[in-house]
Design a protein around this ligand. Structure first.
Ligand code: 1GP
Length: 241
């Protein structure tokens, strides 16, 4: 399977993020089924504090039993890897002060990725203020919201290092998403695929970020906390262009 071929680049794509620690595998089946009905394009699986391989495996298995949409791992470190997924965002947190998050965990995970034969999607992961849990755990020097030029510089650096994906992350549950102005500035300057996530709570946010040029938007909290997941996802999909 080639994820890049599966994901249509004409429109902004919607990625549903599932944190294995937030719900049981049976609830995951329900979420995956409803998100697919709502029109999500793929699933990402990961979180800052994944408690163990077994819950990760069970979560991915539950999604795979429910849908044929791609499942892409979003690992916080090498413990977030499983052979049961289709692909992995091989991410380096470029604005971390801690070398484990830029190259250390990558070194630990690389042999496992080879062994598991996962499709590798190289990604520069950039934390923008407020940054939330991932900013704290990843010891990030968060990009100031009013400094799009710093986001552009980091994104270009990621692209020149060979990364095909750039992820602007405001942190899960952030009270506001990455500013559309920053998304636009980055998109205008890079050829790599642009992913934006963190704090995208409503269709208005999704529309503004899509219009600014994001190739992918990620929503986690907005799906986990909604009673009607299908409607929540379709309300995002309807507003993105
Ligand atoms: C986390 O950006 C994602 O990496 C999702 O954030 O939970 O705020 O949607 P939310």
């Amino acid at each position: 399977m080639n994820i890049e071929e599966l994901l249509d680049k004409e429109k902004t794509q919607h990625l549903s993020l599932i944190d294995p620690d937030e719900q049981s595998p049976s609830k995951v089946k329900e979420i995956a089924s409803e998100a697919e009905k709502g029109g999500t394009d793929a699933f990402m699986v990961g979180g800052s504090l994944v408690k163990g391989e077994s819950i990760l495996d069970k979560t991915v298995e539950a999604i795979k039993k429910t849908t044929e949409l791609p499942v892409i791992l979003f690992p916080q470190d090498h413990s977030g890897l499983t052979p049961k997924a289709d692909a992995v965002f091989f991410m380096s947190l470029l604005n971390s002060r801690e070398s484990m998050y830029t190259t250390g965990f990558q070194m630990r995970g690389a042999p496992l990725i080879k062994k598991f034969d996962l499709e590798v999607l190289p990604m520069a992961y950039l934390i923008v203020e407020p940054g939330g849990t991932v900013g704290y755990i990843g010891d990030a020097k968060e990009i100031p919201r009013e400094k799009p030029e710093i986001a552009v510089a980091y994104s270009l650096a990621g692209q020149y290092m060979g990364m095909d994906y750039i992820y602007l992350e405001a942190g899960s549950g952030a009270n506001k998403p990455v500013p559309p102005k920053m998304v636009k500035a980055v998109k205008e300057n890079i050829d790599a695929n642009l992913i934006v996530g963190g704090g995208i709570r409503n269709p208005k946010h999704a529309k503004a970020i899509s219009k600014a040029g994001a190739d992918f938007i990620v929503t986690g909290t907005a799906i986990e906390t909604k009673d009607n997941i299908k409607d929540a996802v379709s309300s995002f999909k309807e507003r993105i262009c």
